[in-house]
Design a protein around this ligand. Structure first.
Ligand code: GLU
Length: 369
């Protein structure tokens, strides 16, 4: 078994486990489904594979501690998460005879490059000391703007921060189907996905419909993030023990999204898939993209500046007609660029043009409109 695992070539993996596996009855944690997952993690580690666990379930684990509350309230959910997190960690801890570490993150942490790298360094130090990191979103401090919102996408961000080789996302069905298997009996399981496109998203439920089964869309989003970092991504049935036996034998028990051949460079990947634009630079509709790549955004091109951002932060570059051009790092703050956009002054244009730093840094990621 160990040799088979070694043959897969994994050195570091991330496994994402959802709330329904942790607290299937929403009355505290249960080890019913966790035993086979824990066994899988133990076997991987015994084969020399480093594992990061991304575990949801704090809200579901804490819910039974609250009586007569409005469980749809965000504040109550956050309180449930805070109370349930320790119960969830204790449950995982009981299943392992090695040490675990709690890592709570928000999107605000991952959006700032220094903090993203700090997460990376901490995970690496834990793994190199044989400690199992157990990651969850830090629900207490999240706001709508600052939360990842789902642990599928969080797991992909963590996998890229950890430079993982594989991401395993546990679902309640066997993988991605051609249609929702609960309603369409002719739906078939897709074994391999070489390229994630609109067709794949439509099978996952598309952007607006609910056709896909519970959270399949966020799982495909996570896969898209991960494969573009060179990470093979599996969506598997976490409720079935045979899933983990198959994985241990080097087989694909669900849907495997194959890592792309030329993964994005790490910084570019972070700009595209992890950080959020802190504001917008709106440029003239005639603005030509190659100008931006040459750092030649002239003050006259700038029509509007939206949001508050500091120098060095990532912003969205878009045309007045709404077309998204790129995510870029701005060398100037919104305050200064607002002033620039308001001027009709060639003198200022020339001064900025000649300044040592152009408006945009050379770090940018082109986007489709
Ligand atoms: N942080 C939430 C929890 O632990 C989970 C979010 C999710 O499952 O996507 O309950």
């Amino acid at each position: 078994m160990q040799n088979t695992l070694k043959n897969i070539g994994w050195q570091r993996i991330v496994i994402k486990v959802g709330s329904a596996l942790i607290a299937p009855h929403r009355d505290g944690c249960s080890s019913q489904y966790l035993l086979s997952i824990a066994n899988f993690i133990v076997r991987c580690r015994a084969a020399g594979i480093q594992v990061v666990l991304v575990s949801s379930g704090s809200v579901a684990a804490g819910a039974h501690l609250f009586n007569n509350v409005d469980s749809s309230s965000m504040t109550v959910k956050k309180a449930m998460a805070a109370a349930g997190q320790s119960e969830m960690m204790a449950t995982w801890d009981r299943l392992f005879d090695f040490n675990t570490a709690q890592v709570l993150l928000t999107h605000a942490d991952l959006c700032v490059r220094d903090r993203f790298e700090s997460v990376r360094d901490t995970l690496t130090a834990l793994l190199n000391n044989d400690i199992l990191p157990i990651v969850n979103e830090n629900d207490t401090v999240t706001t709508d703007k600052l939360k990842v919102g789902d642990n599928d996408n969080l797991s992909a961000m963590v996998a890229s921060a950890a430079y993982a080789d594989a991401l395993i996302i546990c679902s309640d069905i066997n993988g991605l189907y051609t249609a929702n298997p609960h309603v369409d009996k002719s739906a078939t399981l897709i074994r391999d996905v070489a390229r994630i496109d609109a067709n794949i998203y439509s099978m996952a439920g598309g952007a607006t419909s609910d056709v896909g089964t519970g959270g399949m869309k966020t799982k495909v989003q996570a896969a898209e993030k991960a494969v573009s970092h060179g990470i093979n991504t599996y969506i598997v049935n976490g409720f079935s023990e045979s899933t983990f036996n198959e994985l241990l034998q080097g087989n694909n028990p669900g849907t495997l999204f194959h890592a792309i051949d030329n993964p994005m460079q790490d910084q570019t990947h972070w700009m595209k898939h992890t950080t959020k634009a802190q504001g917008e630079l709106v440029v003239d509709d005639d603005f030509a993209m190659q100008k931006q790549s040459d750092n030649l955004l002239a003050p006259q091109d700038l029509v509007n500046v939206i949001g508050d951002f500091s120098a060095g932060e990532v912003v969205l570059l878009r045309k007045e007609n709404g077309d998204k051009l790129a995510k870029v790092k701005s060398n100037y703050s919104s305050c200064l660029l607002n002033f620039v956009a308001e001027q009709d002054n060639d003198d200022l244009s020339e001064k900025l043009h000649d300044a040592s730093a152009p408006i945009l840094s050379n770090q940018f990621v082109p986007l489709g409109s």
